[in-house]
Design a protein around this ligand. Structure first.
Ligand code: ADP
Ligand code: MG
Length: 396
C-alpha cells in the first residue's frame, strides 16, 4: 500500500477532519489514562502549526446510533486543551449546522472537538449519506486512529473515500512498525504467541506460521498443543476439542518451514494464588492435579536463544499467568531479553495486545521495545493477516 504524507498537503486556511481515538478509560467522570489524548497531539499540532483548522472526530463508548448524554465527548475538550496548551471548542453534534458553525468560528490553527460520531446510526452503518455530511465540514481527512481501523465505519472508512485522505503521524508510525515486523521484516523472524486459549487465536496462528521462521507458543494455549501431541497436561487450562486444529497448525508450520517452539518444561501449582507452592516439571511429568501456569527455565532458555538468532520479533500474549507471581517469570525474562536486544539495535521487537501491554509494563520494558501497539482488536486482526478497512481506505 502507498499513502499520502501530510508534508505534501496544502494546509493553510484549510479544515482537516481528523479521526482520533478518544475512547479513554473513565472512572467517576475522570480520565484515568490519557495516553490516547497524548498520542493525538503530534498530528493536531502539526496541522495547526501549518495554519489548518482541526475538527476532531471520535467515538466514545457504545451509544448504538442514538444520542446518549452520558456518552457525550464533551468532558474530553478541557483535558485535551490542557495538553495542547490551546483552546478546544466543542460542537454538540458532529454534523449539520451546529458542527459547521463551530468550525467556521475557529481561527486559523484552531481546534474543535465534535460530538460522539456514534450518536448517529450512519456511523457504524457506514452510511454514504452520513459520510457525505461529515465530508461537507472539511477539505481533507486525516486518520490517526489505527485502533479503530478494523471497523468500516463512516468516520474511519467512508469519509476517506470522499476527501483527500492521509494517515496521521501516530497511524503512520504504527503502520511502519507493523510493516517492519510482518509486512517486510528483516529475517529470521520469530513470533511469540501466548495467552489463554487457542480458540481466540486460530486465525492468528494460521497466518503467522506461513510468515515466520520460529513460532514460540506459550501460555494456556500451549497446553492444547501439548495435549494434541499426547502429552498429559493434568488439570491445566486446555481445549481438547481443538486437538485436530492444533495438529493442523503443526502441519502448516512444517510445510511452511516455520520451527515451532513448544514448552519442554513448565511451572505448575495446585491453584492460582499468589505465593502458592510452585514447582518446575518436565512436560512429561505433569501430575493429574497440576495446573500449568508458566513456561519453565529450559523453555525460556531455548526461546532466548531463538531471539538471539533472529532479527525481528512479533509478540502477542503472555507466556504464563503473569498477573500472579511467580508465574510472571517466563514472560518477564522474555520481555527483558527482547528489550535488551531491541535497545542495542540487534532486534526489531514489536508487541501488542491488551494483556501483552500490561505484561510488558509489569516487566518495565515498554520504552525499550521497538514498538508496542495499544490498538487491541485492530492489532490482532492485522496479525491475523486481515485487511483493515480504515487502512485500505487510505491507500492511494
Ligand atoms: P492479549 O490480551 O495480550 O491478546 P490474551 O488475552 O490472549 O492476551 O491472554 C492473556 C491471559 O492469558 C492472561 O490473563 C493470562 O493470565 C492468561 N494465561 C497465560 N498463561 C496461562 C496459563 N498457563 N493458564 C491459564 N491462563 C493463562
Ligand atoms: Mg486479553
Amino acid at each position: 500500500m502507498t499513502f499520502r504524507t501530510l508534508d505534501t498537503a496544502d494546509l493553510a486556511g484549510k479544515t482537516a477532519l481528523v479521526r482520533v481515538d478518544f475512547n479513554v478509560p473513565v472512572e467517576a467522570g475522570k480520565i484515568t489514562d490519557d495516553t490516547r489524548l497524548r498520542s493525538a497531539l503530534p498530528t493536531i499540532q502539526y496541522l495547526t502549526g501549518k495554519g489548518a483548522k482541526v475538527a476532531l472526530l471520535a467515538h466514545f463508548d457504545r451509544p448504538k446510533g442514538k444520542v446518549v448524554p452520558a456518552m457525550s465527548l464533551g468532558f474530553v475538550a478541557q483535558p485535551l486543551a490542557a495538553l495542547l496548551g490551546a483552546p478546544v471548542a466543542f460542537a454538540g453534534d458532529c454534523v449539520g449546522d451546529e458542527a459547521a458553525k463551530v468550525i467556521a468560528a475557529l481561527p486559523a490553527g484552531g481546534v474543535a472537538l465534535l460530538e460522539n460520531v456514534r450518536f448517529h446510526a450512519g456511523e457504524e452503518g457506514n452510511d454514504p449519506a452520513f459520510a457525505a455530511q461529515l465530508a461537507k465540514l472539511g477539505d481533507l481527512y486525516v486518520n490517526d486512529a489505527f485502533s479503530a481501523a478494523h471497523r468500516a465505519h463512516a468516520s474511519t472508512e467512508g469519509l476517506a473515500r470522499l476527501l483527500p485522505a492521509y494517515p496521521g503521524l501516530a497511524m503512520r508510525r504504527e503502520l511502519d512498525a507493523l510493516d517492519a515486523a510482518l509486512g517486510n521484516p528483516k529475517k529470521p523472524v520469530i513470533g511469540i504467541v501466548g495467552g489463554s486459549k487457542v480458540s481466540t487465536k486460530l486465525d492468528l496462528l494460521r497466518n503467522l506460521v506461513t510468515k515466520l521462521d520460529y513460532l514460540a507458543i506459550g501460555g494456556g494455549m500451549a497446553n492444547t498443543f501439548l495435549h494434541a501431541a499426547q502429552i498429559d497436561v493434568g488439570a491445566s487450562l486446555c481445549e481438547p476439542d481443538l486437538a485436530d486444529i492444533a495438529l493442523e497448525i503443526i502441519d502448516l508450520a512444517a510445510v511452511a518451514g516455520c520451527t515451532l517452539l513448544l514448552p519442554t518444561d513448565v511451572v505448575v501449582a495446585k491453584s492460582v494464588k499468589p505465593g502458592v507452592h510452585a514447582q518446575t516439571r518436565n512436560v512429561y511429568e505433569v501430575q493429574p492435579d497440576d495446573l500449568i501456569l508458566d513456561a519453565g527455565p529450559e523453555t525460556v532458555k531455548t526461546l532466548l536463544a531463538a531471539m538471539d538468532a533472529s532479527q525481528t520479533l512479533i509478540w502477542n500474549g503472555p507466556l504464563g499467568v503473569f498477573e500472579v507471581p511467580p508465574f510472571d517469570e517466563a514472560t518477564v525474562s522474555a520481555a527483558k531479553h527482547a528489550a535488551k536486544l531491541a535497545k542495542s539495535g540487534k532486534l526489531v521487537a514489536v508487541a501488542g495486545g491488551g494483556d501483552t501491554v500490561s505484561a510488558l509494563n509489569h516487566a518495565g520494558v515498554v520504552g525499550d521495545m521497538t514498538f508496542v501497539s495499544t490498538a487491541g482488536g485492530a492489532f490482532l486482526e492485522w496479525m491475523e493477516g486481515k485487511d483493515l478497512p480504515g487502512v485500505s481506505a487510505l491507500n492511494t
